[in-house]
Design a protein. Structure first.
Lengths: 491, 425
C-alpha cells in the first residue's frame, strides 16, 4: 500500500493523460509485485511451507513439509481444501466414545473432537471448526444430561459448514440446539421474547459491538428469531429442539429501518446487507490465517470477493491461503500458539502426545487455559499473551513433560544421516519452528551429550538419535526443552 | 452471556470423570516435587517474608449480578410492581433498614453488616451505560469510560502495579486468567488458576534427567529475555513460571487453618487467596471472581444459589483471615460489570442493566450504607436499576488513598464526571 501512495505522489506534475497512463502502469506493477490480496508470487521453500501448514493444518511432519515444497503452493492448498471422507473415522470414534449411540456424556464429545483434531486427514476442516468455535463460542457447560448430544451436533455443524456458505452457517447457527440453549433462544418466544441471542448475533458473531445496530433493532430481531422450543416430553429420550409456528412471532418488525414480518432467515439476509458484515468475516479470517490488523484496503478486497462469490467461504479461504498477505513478513510468527494449536501441532508434527489418553489431553488443555467446547464466555478465548499466564505456562510445561516422557514416535526421529547431537538439535528445532542461535545449539549439544546420574554426576554419551535409550532419555528431553522455546510457542 | 470459568463449575463433569482418570489427575499434581535445580531466583528474591501489609481482595461477579434482588428495596412499591414473579417478599429478607433488606441467602454478609464489617455502596456505575458484557467489563477493567479511544491499553490494576507494586506476587489474579484489569506494561502480575495445579510434573523414571531438562530450558529462556515482541515476553513469562512455582509452593506450605471452605468455585478460590496471604509474599491485591450471574431466564432458581455461593465463601474467608490474624489488614470489594433491568423479562429473568450495588467488607468501615438510596422514580425507568449516582472509580480511588496509601490520581487518568467522596474508611 505504501508503494501506491508513493506512486500517486510521483505523478504530480504530469498531464492528465500521462497521469492516467502512468497510473495504469503503476497499478499493474504494484499488483504484480506484492499486492497483499494478489496471488503469492514469491518463493515457496521449507520456511513458507511450514508456515502455511502451521496456520492451515496445525503443523505437519517433515515428510509432509517436503511433499508440500515438491508440489508447490497451489497444489498444496488445493489438497488442504479437498476434504476426504472421514465418515469411517467418525463412526470409529463414535463407537469408541459412546457405546449407547447418543452423545450423552461431555467426555465423549470432547474425546470425539480432540481425536478428530489430531487424527483427521482433513486438518483444515478442524482448523475452520476451531475458528468458528472461537467466534460463535458455545459451551457444553450449560447443557444437562439430556442436552449433551447437542454439543456433538454443534461441533459437527461447524465442521461440516465451516467452509460452506456463510449465510447457511449463520442460519443453521440460529437453529442449532446447543446455541438455542446457550443464548436462551429456546426461551425466546412470541409470548416472552429474550434478546440474548439477537444481541450477541450482531455484537460478537456478525457485525461487532455497537457497529450499526440499536437496542431497538436487538429487541425486534429477537422477535424474528422466536419459535424454537425444547421438546422434553419423552422421559426416556434425549431432548430435542422443535419449531412451533404458534410460538413464532410473525408480526411486523422494524430492523435497520426496514419494516416487514421478518423471520430468522430475513435477519440473516438483512445483516449480510450491512457492509460491515462482510468486512467482519474478511478481517477475522485474515487475522486467523495471515497477520494482525490487516490494512483496510486488503480487508475490503477480500470482503467484496466473498460477497461477489455468493458468501461461499471456501474460495475466500483459498484466496487468503494463496495470497501475498499469507506470506508477508508480518505473518510469520505473529501469533502466540493457543493451547489447542500447541497440543495438536505437536501431535501432528512429531507424534508426541498421541500416546496419551484423549481425556488426559483435555485435562492438559484445561490447565493451559483452553478446554475445547468450554470457552470462558460467548466471546471465545482471549489470545496473544493471554495464553502466557504463569499458570497456563506451567500447564504447557506439564503437557510437554507427559508427552515426551516415553518412547519416541517415528516422526519425531530425524533421518539416520542426521543422528548426531548437532544435527538432531537442528532438525528438531526446525520441526518446532525454532531458529536456533549458535549459543543455543551449543547448549543443546551439551545437553544431548550427557546423561545425569542419580548421584549427581554425569555420564558422557555419544548421542545417537536412532538409539532407543537415547530417545527416551534425551530426544524426548530435546522436544521438552525446545517445546518451551518462545519460537515454538508462536506461529 | 454465559461464563464458566472453571472445570469445577462444570455441572456434572467432575462426577462424570471416570474414576481412574480422576485418580490420575490427582496423582500427577502430587508428583510435582519441589526442589528443581534452577539456580537463584531473580524475580522474587526480595519478596519472601515481606512482613505485614494491607491488601485488597476484589471479587468479580461475572455476568452482571442482579443488585435489586441482592440488596432489596422492599420499601419501594415500584420494586414489587416491576417484578411480579421475581420480587422477594419483605418478610423473607434479612433486615437492614426501612428501605432495604438483604437476600435471604446472604446470612454471613448480614452478620458482618450488623457488626459494622460489611457495607453497601448504592447505585454504582459509570456515565453512558453500555449493555454489552464485554464493553462494560472493559470499562470497569480499564477504569476508563472512553477506553476505545485511549491509547493506554493497561488495566487500572496494571497501572497501579506499574507505579507502585511491580513484583509478580504483589498482585495476583486467581482463577480469572489474563483479565484486562491486570494488564500492565512493565510490571508482571501473577495469574494463577489454582495453587494446587501450580506445580511441575516430573516423570519419576527420568530421575535426575528431569533436572538436566529444566536446566537446559532455563538456559535457553535466559538468552531470549530481551527479544522484542512476543518472543521476549514468552521467554520472560516461562522463566517467571519456573521461579514462581518454587516460591509459591514454599510459601503456601506455611498455611495452617481449620476453617472448612465450601466446595464451590469461589469457596476454593478464596481458600487459595487465604493460602497466598499466609504465604507472606507481600501480596497487595488479589483479584478473583466467578460467573453465572447473567440470569436472563429462570432467575428464581439460579440467583439464590449464586448468592449462597458468594456468601458461604465470604463467611469462611473472613473467619479464616481472623484466625490468621489478617482480617484487620484486609479489605474486600465485591463488584459486577452491571446490574440488571428493573422489570423482569418474559423468561422469568432479567436483562442487562446499568447501576448496581457494590459491597465493601473490612474492619475499618465508617458505616454500612453509602451512596444515595433508590427512589420510586429511579425504579420507574425500565432498563436502569436506579440512575448511576456513584462512579466506581470514586470508590476505587478512595480505597487506594485511604487503605493502600497510594496516590490514585495517575491510576485513574480519566476524571469522573461527578466525583464523590463517600467516607468509606
Amino acid at each position: 500500500m505504501l508503494s501506491q501512495k508513493g506512486g500517486r505522489g510521483m505523478t504530480g506534475n504530469l498531464g492528465r493523460l500521462g497521469r492516467n497512463l502512468l497510473g495504469v502502469v503503476l497499478v499493474l506493477l504494484v499488483s504484480c509485485a506484492g499486492e497483499p490480496s494478489a496471488e503469492y508470487d514469491g518463493r515457496f521453500t521449507q520456511t513458507e511451507a511450514r508456515h502455511l501448514l502451521r496456520r492451515a493444518a496445525f503443523g505437519a511432519t517433515d515428510q509432509e513439509v517436503d511433499r508440500a515444497v515438491r508440489e508447490g503452493l497451489a497444489r498444496t492448498v488445493e489438497r488442504l481444501l479437498d476434504f476426504r471422507s472421514v465418515d469411517a473415522l467418525e463412526r470409529r470414534l463414535f463407537r469408541r466414545c459412546d457405546p449407547f449411540g447418543v452423545y450423552t456424556c461431555p467426555e465423549d464429545t470432547l474425546k470425539y473432537w480432540v481425536s478428530l483434531l489430531i487424527e483427521s486427514p482433513n486438518p483444515l476442516q478442524e482448523r475452520m471448526a476451531l475458528y468458528w468455535h472461537d467466534r460463535f463460542a458455545t459451551s457444553l457447560a450449560v447443557l444437562d444430561r439430556r442436552q449433551q448430544h447437542y454439543m456433538k451436533d454443534h461441533i459437527d455443524l461447524l465442521r461440516r459448514e465451516g467452509l460452506g456458505s456463510y449465510r447457511e452457517l449463520l442460519l443453521k447457527l440460529g437453529r442449532d440446539p446447543a446455541m438455542l440453549v446457550w443464548l436462551d433462544g429456546a426461551l425466546n418466544t412470541k409470548f416472552s421474547p429474550n434478546e440474548n441471542y439477537a444481541r450477541e448475533f450482531w455484537e460478537l458473531f456478525t457485525l461487532g459491538v455497537d457497529n450499526g445496530y440499536t437496542q431497538q433493532d436487538v429487541e425486534e430481531a429477537a422477535r424474528a428469531f422466536t419459535g424454537w422450543v425444547e421438546d422434553r416430553r419423552r422421559d426416556d429420550q434425549p431432548y430435542r429442539m422443535v419449531f412451533l409456528p404458534e410460538f413464532h412471532d410473525a408480526g411486523s418488525k422494524t430492523i435497520f429501518g426496514v419494516t416487514a414480518s421478518f423471520d430468522d432467515a430475513d435477519v440473516v439476509d438483512l445483516t449480510l446487507r450491512q457492509t460491515q458484515a462482510r468486512l467482519y468475516v474478511a478481517r477475522g479470517l485474515l487475522e486467523y490465517f495471515a497477520y494482525p490488523d490487516p490494512e483496510p484496503e486488503l480487508v475490503q478486497e477480500m470482503a467484496d470477493f466473498l460477497e461477489a462469490g455468493g458468501w461461499r467461504l471456501r474460495p475466500l479461504v483459498h484466496k487468503i491461503l494463496t495470497s501475498n498477505a499469507m506470506f508477508d513478513a508480518r505473518a510469520f510468527k505473529s501469533q502466540v500458539r493457543g493451547p489447542i494449536e500447541f497440543v495438536v501441532g505437536l501431535a501432528r508434527s512429531s507424534g508426541y502426545g498421541l500416546q496419551l489418553d484423549r481425556l488426559e489431553l483435555v485435562y492438559h488443555l484445561f490447565r493451559m487455559g483452553q478446554i475445547p467446547l468450554v470457552p470462558p464466555s460467548v466471546k471465545g478465548w482471549d489470545e496473544g499473551l493471554a495464553w502466557a499466564t504463569e499458570s497456563a505456562l506451567v500447564g504447557r510445561i506439564n503437557f510437554l513433560a507427559r508427552a515426551t516422557e516415553g518412547a519416541a514416535p517415528a516422526s519425531a526421529v530425524p533421518p539416520a544421516s542426521l543422528s548426531d547431537a548437532g544435527s538432531t538439535a537442528e532438525w528438531v528445532a526446525e520441526q518446532l519452528g525454532v531458529a536456533l542461535s549458535v549459543q543455543e545449539r551449543e547448549r543443546l549439544v551439551d545437553y544431548l551429550s550427557t546423561v545425569a546420574r542419580e548421584d549427581g554426576g554425569v555420564e558422557r554419551i555419544r548421542f545417537n538419535a536412532q538409539d532407543p535409550r537415547h530417545q527416551v532419555l534425551k530426544l524426548g528431553g530435546l522436544y521438552f526443552v525446545l517445546g518451551q522455546h518462545p519460537d515454538a510457542n508462536r506461529q | 452471556m454465559n461464563t464458566k470459568r472453571s472445570w469445577a463449575a462444570w455441572p456434572g463433569c467432575n462426577a462424570d470423570l471416570p474414576e481412574p482418570s480422576r485418580r490420575q489427575f490427582l496423582g500427577w499434581s502430587a508428583l510435582g516435587l519441589a526442589g528443581l535445580a534452577l539456580g537463584p531466583t531473580t524475580v522474587l528474591r526480595d519478596s519472601s517474608a515481606a512482613g505485614p501489609v494491607r491488601r485488597l481482595v476484589i471479587i468479580n461477579l461475572f455476568g452482571g449480578n442482579d443488585g435489586l434482588n441482592t440488596v432489596v428495596p422492599h420499601g419501594l412499591a415500584a420494586y414489587f410492581r416491576a417484578r411480579p414473579n421475581l420480587a422477594l417478599p419483605a418478610e423473607e429478607l434479612l433486615p437492614v433498614d426501612a428501605l432495604y433488606g438483604l437476600h435471604p441467602a446472604l446470612v454471613n454478609t448480614a452478620a458482618l453488616m450488623r457488626a459494622g464489617h460489611a457495607a453497601v455502596v448504592h447505585q454504582v456505575g459509570y456515565p453512558e451505560p453500555n449493555f454489552s458484557h464485554f464493553e462494560s467489563m472493559s470499562i470497569w477493567s480499564r477504569g476508563i469510560r472512553q477506553f476505545r479511544s485511549t491509547p493506554d491499553k493497561r488495566g487500572w490494576i496494571g497501572r497501579l502495579c506499574d507505579l507502585y507494586f511491580p513484583r509478580p506476587a504483589d498482585v495476583v489474579g486467581l482463577g480469572v486468567g489474563y483479565i484486562e484489569d491486570l494488564v500492565a506494561s512493565t510490571a508482571r502480575p501473577l495469574s494463577l488458576e489454582t495453587i494446587d495445579a501450580f506445580d511441575l510434573i516430573r516423570p519419576p523414571h527420568l530421575g535426575a534427567e528431569n533436572d538436566a531438562r529444566a536446566a537446559a530450558v532455563t538456559d535457553l529462556l535466559a538468552t531470549r529475555q530481551g527479544e522484542p515482541g512476543y518472543g521476549g515476553a514468552l521467554a520472560g513469562a516461562a522463566q517467571r513460571a519456573y521461579e514462581l512455582v518454587e516460591v509459591v509452593r514454599a510459601g503456601v506450605a506455611r498455611y495452617q487453618s481449620r476453617v472448612a471452605y465450601p466446595d464451590t468455585t469461589l469457596g476454593q478460590l478464596l481458600r487459595d487467596a487465604a493460602r497466598l496471604i499466609a504465604a507472606d509474599l507481600g501480596t497487595r491485591i488479589v483479584y478473583t471472581g466467578f460467573g453465572g450471574f447473567d440470569t436472563h431466564a429462570a432467575q428464581a432458581g439460579l440467583h439464590p444459589r449464586l448468592l449462597a455461593e458468594l456468601d458461604g465463601a465470604l463467611g469462611a474467608f473472613v473467619a479464616d483471615l481472623r484466625g490468621l490474624g489478617e482480617w484487620d489488614r484486609t479489605l474486600l470489594v465485591v463488584i459486577s460489570e452491571f446490574g440488571r433491568t428493573n422489570f423482569e423479562n418474559g423468561s422469568q429473568g432479567t436483562d442487562h442493566g446499568s447501576g448496581n450495588v457494590l459491597f465493601v467488607l473490612g474492619t475499618r468501615l465508617r458505616g454500612t450504607q453509602f451512596g444515595p438510596p433508590l427512589t420510586e422514580a429511579s425504579l420507574a425507568q425500565e432498563r436502569i436499576q436506579g440512575a448511576y449516582e456513584v462512579d466506581f472509580r470514586s470508590v476505587y480511588k478512595e480505597i487506594l488513598s485511604t487503605f493502600l496509601n497510594v496516590d490514585p490520581a495517575p491510576v485513574f487518568p480519566e476524571p469522573e464526571e461527578r466525583p464523590v467522596r463517600l467516607g468509606l474508611l
